[in-house]
Each structure stands twice: as structure tokens, then as C-alpha cells.
Design a binder for this molecule. Structure first.
Ligand SMILES: Cc1cc2nc3c(=O)[nH]c(=O)nc-3n(C[C@H](O)[C@H](O)[C@H](O)COP(=O)(O)OP(=O)(O)OC[C@H]3O[C@@H](n4cnc5c(N)ncnc54)[C@H](O)[C@@H]3O)c2cc1C
Length: 401
């Protein structure tokens, strides 16, 4: 395994870092101000985002996530990892480069399993950053970490499918540009367990689709993106909207969640790096009890421990990315599961130390640490809770004996 960055990656890292310095960090506050100045935080996307998207696209910093060379830049997962990490340093950055969840996962699904018509209708506008999308799998009424529990029904009726069910935590559905949902539901409750579920494309303006409410995360509304509870009440879509074919929901989920998961981990490492950087800057500036905070042994311990943990997490992320590139997402499942547990936990520890080192300022919104923490905490649940990944790692480990 060779994790050194190629010339191509170094060139992109340089460009991306320069873009972050010039356009992203200075505009984080502008984004919040524009959002708060709107009549409603949900009515529109702050204009700064579209302005920055335009610039990023012109500079070739666009769709870097997609390994497919026909539609994306054609980077491997290993090449994308250090770039995604840089994007993870700011909560507004991923969208600017058209590399944000859940669109990246949805685009991967359409690239791999979509028909030509589905690609024309939904993939191309997503790749162009003209629309956004959401993914509706989780349901309030069943333990959705076990996707075999999913109850929503997708029933064929002539040339149409009828979708009925209740979903929640459909991230991104609040965005006025969100036009399409990938919905998971049962097409055949009598089929073998892992062939009962299917995925289908549902335009959000179809009659019967209703956003009931937006769910906050530790009080953050994440507007205008948000996390929606949605009812799909006897929603009819053409039969051509089914993805791949009936019964392939699990197979698609495997394809979708692997890259989606590792992208979260890459971004979290960037988040942890920025938290450590902010902590180091802060403790060198402030004095208490006659010396700089940075001279306190305990704070030096937090800094050293954070550096050690970030390096460990980064190496495991790179290994998982390397495995995905060389033996495929399926074979890399243990590494993906391991890093999906490690990265959020490491990020949480580093951010928490930074918050402590900042004092009360750390929990305010003058600095990004509190928002980072809330975001990282959700990733111990979203895309599979820690315990489910650990159960899978243990199963694979025990199988050896
Ligand atoms: C901010 C955020 C965004 C999200 N975005 C989306 C989205 O866009 N689309 C979408 O469909 N979903 C989304 N989710 C939902 C997320 O994927 C689910 O919450 C997650 O899969 C867990 O399902 P659940 O909430 O039903 O928990 P449950 O299945 O009820 O599980 C509860 C707890 O039980 C424990 N548990 C479960 N299985 C085991 C086991 N095998 N061994 C030991 N303990 C176990 C775990 O501690 C787990 O946290 C999002 C969630 C959050 C918080």
C-alpha cells in the first residue's frame, strides 16, 4: 500500500486549499448572515452558495467524488480522500464543490444502476448542481438500522408503482432545489429477506408526497437543507422509475452506502484537523494563572492525543479507500465498517477537547466547534449506528475461527 499523494492529487490539494482560504472560510459568516436575513430560513439557499459553486466549477473543483470517468473527474477513492478531507474543514464547503451528502450517494446510484432516461432526467441536473436530492429509507415506526424492517410499500399497478409509507430523517428534503427522492420500500414481502426491498425515484412534487416537519439536530435546524419527516400517501410514479429492478434495494444500498460512508469519514478527519488547528491557535493566545494555556501539561496532552488519533483515523480511511479501489466495495466492507466507527468517535474526542480548551466560547456559535460536534455526533447513528458496524466486524472476525 502506497499512500503518498500523486502529482495530480497534490496539484488539486493546492488548488482546493487556496480556494478554501480565499472563498470558503471568509464566507462562512456571510452564509449565516444571508440565511438569517431571509424571511424564512427555509425559503431559499443563501446566494453566496451559488456564487461559490460557479467559481469552483470554473476552477475544475467540481464532482471530484465520482470515480466514474464518464461523469466525474475519474479520481480513485484513495485520490479523493485527501481532497474530501479538505472539504470537511468547513460545513459549507462540500456543496460548493458539488460533493455533499446525500447527493453524492444518490448520484453514484444513478451512475451505477440508473437507466439512460433516469440519468438524463435526474443524474445530469444533479451533476450540474442545478437540483438536489434526498434519500428516504429510515422510518419512525421501525428500528431502521435493520433495513429488513422497512415497511413502506411499493406496489405495481399497471404502468405505475404506488408508494405508501412514512419516512423520517430524509436529509436535504427541506432545500427548495430538492426535486427527487430515492425511496426504499417493500415490493414483495414474500420474497427472501434480502430481496423484498426495492428503490424507486419519486419526484417531490408528485401528488401524495407531503413534508410533515423538519427535525432538528441538538437544536440546529440545518436549514435550508434540513432533515424531513415525509409521508408518501398512495404516491403514483411511472414503472420506469424503479431503480435497477424489483428486489434490488439491498444490493443498491450496499453500493450506495460504501462510498457514502467513507466520504463522511474523510470529511470528519478534515473537521478534526480544523478543530485541532483552532485549539492550538487559541491556547497560544490566552494566559491563565501566569502562563499560556499551551504551557499546561494537560492541554499539551490533549493536543498530542488528538494528533495521534487523527493520524490513526486517516491511515485507516486511506486503507479502506485503497481496498475499495483494489478489491471493490463489497470486499472492503470490514475496513469501511471499521472506519465508520473510528472516524466519528475520533472527531468527537478532538472537537470536545477543543471546546474545553476554548472555554465557554467553545459552545457558542462564534466558533464552529459546537456545530461540528453536533454534526459529528449524528454520524455515530446515521449510515448505520456504531453497534451495527461492530456487530458486522465481530461476525467477520469470528468467522475466521
Ligand atoms: C442527522 C441525521 C441524518 C440522517 N439522514 C438520513 C437520510 O438522509 N436518509 C435516511 O434514510 N436516514 C437518515 N438518517 C437515519 C439514520 O440512518 C438512522 O437513524 C440509523 O440508521 C438508525 O436507525 P434508527 O434511528 O431507526 O435506530 P434503531 O434501529 O431504532 O436503533 C437504535 C439503537 O439500537 C442499537 N442497535 C441497533 N442494532 C444493534 C445491534 N445489532 N447491536 C447492538 N445495538 C444495536 C444502536 O445503539 C442504535 O443506535 C439520518 C439520521 C440522522 C441523525
Amino acid at each position: 500500500m502506497n499512500f503518498s499523494y500523486s502529482d495530480k492529487v497534490n496539484e488539486l490539494r493546492k488548488k482546493l486549499n487556496a480556494f478554501m482560504e480565499e472563498y470558503i472560510y471568509p464566507n462562512e459568516k456571510v452564509y449565516v448572515e444571508q440565511l438569517n436575513a431571509q424571511k424564512s430560513r427555509w425559503s431559499a439557499v443563501p446566494p453566496i452558495i451559488e456564487e461559490l459553486k460557479e467559481k469552483a466549477r470554473k476552477e475544475g473543483l467540481w464532482n471530484l467524488f465520482l470515480p466514474d470517468s464518464e461523469y466525474g473527474v475519474g479520481l480513485t477513492n484513495l485520490e479523493y480522500a485527501p481532497l474530501c478531507e479538505i472539504m470537511g474543514r468547513s460545513l459549507i464547503a462540500p456543496e460548493v464543490f458539488n460533493c455533499s451528502a446525500p447527493d453524492t450517494g444518490n448520484m453514484e446510484v444513478l451512475v451505477r444502476y440508473g437507466t439512460e432516461e433516469q440519468k438524463r432526467k435526474w443524474l445530469l441536473p444533479l451533476l450540474n448542481g442545478e437540483i438536489r436530492s434526498c434519500f428516504s429509507m429510515t422510518e419512525p415506526d421501525v428500528a431502521s438500522s435493520d433495513a429488513t424492517n422497512i415497511q413502506a410499500s411499493i406496489v405495481r399497478d399497471g404502468d405505475e408503482y404506488v408508494i405508501h409509507g412514512k419516512k423520517w430523517w430524509s436529509s436535504g428534503a427541506g432545500d427548495p432545489r430538492c426535486k427527487i427522492a430515492i425511496v426504499m420500500g417493500k415490493t414483495n414481502p414474500d420474497a427472501p429477506k434480502h430481496e423484498q426491498q426495492s428503490m424507486i425515484l419519486v419526484p417531490l412534487d408528485t401528488p401524495g408526497v407531503k413534508i410533515e416537519r423538519m427535525l432538528p439536530v441538538f437544536g440546529y435546524d440545518h436549514a435550508p437543507h434540513g432533515h424531513a419527516e415525509i409521508t408518501y400517501e398512495h404516491v403514483r410514479v411511472p414503472k420506469e422509475n424503479i431503480i435497477w429492478e424489483e428486489g434490488k434495494g439491498f444490493a443498491i444500498a450496499q453500493g450506495r452506502l460504501g462510498p457514502g460512508r467513507i466520504h463522511h469519514c474523510m470529511r470528519l478527519i478534515g473537521t478534526a484537523e480544523r478543530a485541532l488547528e483552532l485549539m492550538c491557535q487559541r491556547v497560544q493566545k490566552r494566559e491563565a494563572f501566569g502562563k499560556k494555556l499551551s504551557q499546561q501539561g494537560v492541554i499539551q496532552d490533549w493536543i498530542a492525543q488528538s494528533r495521534i488519533e487523527i493520524e490513526q483515523a486517516r491511515l485507516l480511511t486511506l486503507k479502506a479507500a485503497y481496498m475499495m479501489d483494489t478489491v471493490g466495495n463489497k470486499e472492503a466492507k470490514t475496513e469501511i465498517a471499521m472506519i465508520k466507527v473510528v472516524a466519528p468517535n475520533v472527531a468527537l474526542k478532538v472537537i470536545d477537547r477543543a471546546i474545553q480548551a476554548f472555554g465557554a466560547a467553545g459552545v457558542s456559535d462564534d466558533f464552529p466547534l459546537a456545530a461540528y460536534w453536533a454534526n459529528a455526533r449524528t454520524l455515530r447513528l446515521a449510515d448505520g449506528p456504531d453497534e451495527v458496524h461492530k456487530a458486522q466486524i465481530a461476525k467477520l472476525e469470528l468467522r475466521k475461527y
